[in-house]
Design a binder for this molecule. Sequence first.
Ligand SMILES: [Zn+2]
Length: 316
Amino acid sequence: MKRTGFLFDERYLLHKTGPYHPEVPERLTAILEGITQGGLIEKLVPIPAAPADLLWITSVHTAEYVKRFDAACRSGKQMFDSPDNQMCAQTYETALLAVGGILEACRQVMEGRLDNAFCAVRPPGHHAEVSRAMGFCYFNNVAIAARYLQKQFGLARVGIVDFDVHHGNGTQHIFEDDPTVYYYSIHQHPSFAYPGTGREFEYGRGDGYGYTKNSPVLPGQGDEDYQRLLERDLFPAFAEFRPEAIIVSAGFDGHRDDDMSDTKLSTEFYTWMMRQIMHLANTHSSGRLVSVLEGGYCLQRLPELARHHVETLLDG
Ligand SMILES: [Zn+2]
């Protein structure tokens, strides 16, 4: 059994998005319930969260953006940059705390105290651009984690696997001209899904050309289509890139019961997919893997999805 860390903090529930928003605190309560009911919580190492140092936030975002976000929050605004980004007075602090917890997870994995970790955080991150909030996201959690692994621990190559059903436009843009971070995303086709990026021909730019890979999937498709694309696109790409650590943007909104997409993945497929990603980490990355929650809005399915996700991490 692996030493698997679990990041959760009651304060992640304090970011409130109003009455008609799918990105609600109950998502995390459902995840916690799934892990607790499965008796898994005793097998996991709790990861403490403290607000991230701004030094790390500004390794990805502009200082001006961070200030603007903080000021908007303090001024009592209920929306930031986009109607999708509903917020409250605690949103900025919660976003800092999400990044802080994820960086602690990365640190413990890099220092060998943990083999891997699952970070059940809010708000999510992969749509956040360098200087703009988008799609429920404020700070790009996984992008900041990748920069932290590079700057603090000297990793030369970091691999990001994003299986949220939406393309991680922010993460792609942050690393698109950077050959040291490989961004792979599998998602519902941008012609039929938010945010409208992540087409097959988006390979990166300049020095980063060839270090971005997108596998768009048409609406209505599911397990077999995903499996085929992962085998065709992700496995050979990471075998060649050999990331020294893998960060997962773990979104569960491609589940067939999740209203946020027309993608038809089964619970069993999520387990299979995570096993494959673990296998990539074991083969190329000394097992180092940090999984970070993105989307996933079906409160009935999140408990089982989270339970299987964590069981897979424990099984190694
Ligand atoms: Zn999503």
